[in-house]
Design a protein around this ligand. Sequence first.
Ligand SMILES: [Fe+2]
Ligand SMILES: [Fe+2]
Length: 133
Amino acid sequence: MLIAKNDVQQVSNAMMNMLHAEEIEIVNNFHDAVLAKDIEKITELFEVLQYDIEDHFSTEEDMMEESQFYAAQIHKAEHDTMRGKVKDIQEDWDLNKNPEAVQEFLEGEFKKWIVLHVARWDAETAMHIGDTM
Ligand SMILES: [Fe+2]
Ligand SMILES: [Fe+2]
């Protein structure tokens, strides 16, 4: 298991917590396939992960826009950086099919990023939005 449920903190918005729980489950399944070096499954679950990340980020961005969150631009810029990194690593996967490169990204950068991002940006955004959406 790459990310335990408790690694990512709860924020004060139920929708965001649901998005995070979903993403943890999907990324853990993906990580299992990466460890198993199951090329076909990795390719398939990469699509699922991409779709889920986009759903997670764009839902938060819509919520920020709707509630006019003051730091929406900075929060979105952090999402955009990670969107770019995931896209790069997926392009690298399509070319090289190297599970170690994906494993390194997940266990290093991605895990650290999601824990810190939720603690820093999602927590503050959730506080602003409240639990009404
Ligand atoms: Fe989030
Ligand atoms: Fe976020």
